[in-house]
Design a protein. Structure first.
Length: 85
C-alpha cells in the first residue's frame, strides 16, 4: 500500500514547516535549519523507500548549512522583517 508513506511524508513536512525560519542568530538559524532539514530528509527517504536515518542525516547537514550561512534578511518567510534589514 503506497498511500501510507505519502501520508507520513506530508505530516512530517507539515510539522517541519511549523519550524521554518526560527531564530535570529547564526546558531539559532543553523539549529532550526538542521531540524527542518532532518525532518524533510527523513520524510523524503520514507516516501522513496530508502534508509530513513541516512535521509535525515543528509537533510540535517544541508539544513544546518543553509540556516547558518544565511541571515534573517536573506530568507524571510513571514510578513515581518527585522528593522536592520
Amino acid at each position: 500500500m503506497r498511500a501510507k508513506p505519502i501520508l507520513n511524508t506530508l505530516v512530517i513536512c507539515g510539522l517541519a514547516l511549523g519550524l521554518a525560519a526560527c531564530g535570529s542568530s547564526r546558531f539559532e538559524r543553523g539549529a532550526s535549519g538542521a531540524g527542518i532539514g532532518g525532518l524533510a530528509g527523513a520524510g523524503i527517504a520514507v516516501a522513496a523507500g530508502g534508509p530513513v536515518l541516512a535521509g535525515a542525516a543528509v537533510g540535517a547537514i544541508g539544513g544546518a548549512a543553509v540556516g547558518a550561512l544565511t541571515s534573517e534578511c536573506d530568507i524571510d518567510l513571514g510578513p515581518q522583517r527585522p528593522n536592520r534589514c
